[in-house]
Design a protein around this ligand. Structure first.
Ligand code: SF4
Length: 75
């Protein structure tokens, strides 16, 4: 079975730098100056990992939706 990923944005940490929406425009949008995921659970997409690794304040978390294991950013 192919795993799915959960995508979370900590809107209390996000500074609205929009890196995530630039890296993965199909997965994030800016609302009220902060990012939010367009879907909480997604099919795997490396662009979302890149966004989580690149967010300047580590506001994004990508997890395996089944196990909850953190996939990005690397700690
Ligand atoms: S890259 Fe990080 S700080 Fe920038 S909008 Fe996305 S979640 Fe917010």
């Amino acid at each position: 079975m192919v795993s799915r990923w959960s995508v979370e944005v900590d809107r209390g940490v996000c500074i609205g730098a929009s890196v995530c929406a630039n890296y993965a425009p199909g997965h994030f949008e800016l609302a009220d100056g902060k990012s939010r995921p367009l879907a909480a659970v997604i099919d795997p997409d490396d662009a979302v990992l890149d966004a989580a690794e690149t967010c300047p304040v580590a506001a994004l978390a990508v997890r395996d939706a089944d196990s909850g294991a953190l996939l990005a950013p690397e700690e």
